[in-house]
Design a binder for this molecule. Structure first.
Ligand SMILES: [Mn+2]
Length: 421
């Protein structure tokens, strides 16, 4: 880590040492929960008090109002976009693209120090460097996995963290627990015809002579190869993402259990509006684990239902695929899954949800992300239509007035077409 960033982090530690109570404001997703949880746990061990609030969107007006009434605050996984509008005893730990900075608060963002916040560090990585407590490492990793920063290898501060903790990055079958449930509830990868189709999975296991009561961890090597190759074949044959088959074995880290699985649990709590259950687990409440497992099944069932609908019903243009979802929490999850596992990596995938506003979540492959910056595109277009948005090169979001739907889509289509042809 470079010394300028190190200095900022020390400044943040000093600010924490000087005060007894902090209001913590964070984004609601896995990286948001983990970064806030890491910081909260740190405060707890130092005998300090805190109050955590989760935000679905960066609701600037609401956040500024809260900050006005707080002496000390820590904002994680957001905040950089309005950092020049705040001052006081505030620590901002964010990794979203920015060039804004402000000496009147402690602003920790990798973009200001020569790192790329899309690949080199997420909020949880930075929170970990702040607390430097190996017992909290699994949550830093869950944040990294949650923000998909393991794709194409760990880089920057993420890689440094893994080295510092001497962790072994392995490749494994990305299924967990009971083999039958593992396939039935799998969304990453999503197995067309098997995910959400219990009877089909039962038949498959029977034909492969694998007892459906077995746990993935207790399968013999031969059984693992049998089921693994069947499933990757299923992906190659049934999915339109030719590379989807390779995801059946993927990167994981074993640190008191699979980090990928822990990430799914925290993410499911986040997306069923049970952020506090995941937070309580990070704070040491072991019983929350089982609750998260139930929430995972509940959430995965919803996601799977939505995916079958999308496969039947989506709109397709040259480099753009878009579809609607019926639950606002599904918008970004389903966009990610569709981009990785359902459609060709030559497409930009856009997931839409309508209420009083149109909520947009866009994803593309790293390959396309080298030619276009979805965050910039969505920010510019949404702002021109009276909305807001932004994000990373390969993952972004926006919100525009619902009557601007057609205009929004045609502007995005034109921008993408222009950049990719
Ligand atoms: Mn994040």
């Amino acid at each position: 880590m470079n010394s300028a960033l190190q200095k900022r982090i020390e400044k943040a530690r000093k600010l924490i040492d000087e005060h007894d109570y902090f209001r913590i404001l964070t984004h609601y997703d896995a990286d948001g929960i983990c970064s806030a949880g890491i910081v909260a746990r740190y405060l707890l061990t130092k005998g300090k008090r805190f109050h955590v609030s989760f935000f679905r969107n960066v609701e600037k007006t609401k956040i500024l109002k809260i900050l006005k009434n707080e002496e000390n605050a820590i904002i994680t996984d957001m905040g950089s976009s309005f950092v020049d509008e705040i001052k006081g005893n505030i620590i901002v730990i964010d990794h979203h693209k920015t060039s804004r900075d402000n000496d009147e608060v402690v602003h920790i963002n990798p973009h200001l120090f020569g790192y790329d916040g899309a690949t080199d560090a997420c909020a949880s990585t930075l929170a970990y460097y702040l607390v430097d407590d190996p017992t909290l490492a699994s949550y830093a990793l869950a944040g990294i996995f949650g923000d998909k920063q393991y794709l194409n290898g760990f880089k920057g501060l993420n890689q440094e963290l893994i080295k510092k903790l001497s962790l072994k990055v392995e490749r494994r079958l990305v299924l967990y627990g009971n083999i039958l449930d593992a396939i039935v509830y799998s969304t990453e990868p999503f197995f067309p015809g098997l995910s959400g189709r219990r009877e089909n999975v039962e038949k498959l296991l029977e034909s492969l002579k694998i007892p459906s009561s077995k746990d993935v961890e207790s399968l013999t090597d031969e059984e693992k190869i049998k089921i693994g190759s069947y499933l990757s074949l299923n992906l190659i044959k049934e999915s339109r993402a030719p590379s989807a088959g390779r995801y059946i074995v993927d990167v994981d880290i074993n640190l008191g259990g699979s980090i990928r699985y822990l990430t799914e649990l925290i993410d499911s709590a986040a997306r069923t509006d049970n952020q506090s259950i995941a937070l309580s687990y990070i704070l040491g409440e072991d019983a929350a684990f089982e609750k998260m497992e139930l929430l995972r099944k509940e959430y995965k069932s919803k996601v799977i239902k939505a995916i079958y609908k999308i496969l039947e019903n989506h709109f397709e243009n040259n480099h753009l695929i878009y579809f609607f979802v019926e639950d606002s929490y599904l918008t970004s999850t389903v966009a990610t899954i569709a981009s990785l596992y359902l459609f060709s990596p030559d497409n930009v995938v856009i997931s839409l949800y309508r209420d009083k506003m149109l909520h947009i979540s866009a994803r593309c492959s790293q390959k396309i992300g080298k030619k276009i910056h979805l965050g910039d595109i969505l920010r510019e277009i949404s702002q021109s239509l009276g909305g807001f948005g932004g994000g990373h090169s390969v993952a972004a979001g926006a919100t525009v007035p619902v009557d601007k739907e057609r205009e929004f889509l045609s502007l995005v289509e034109r921008r993408i077409e222009k950049s990719l042809s």
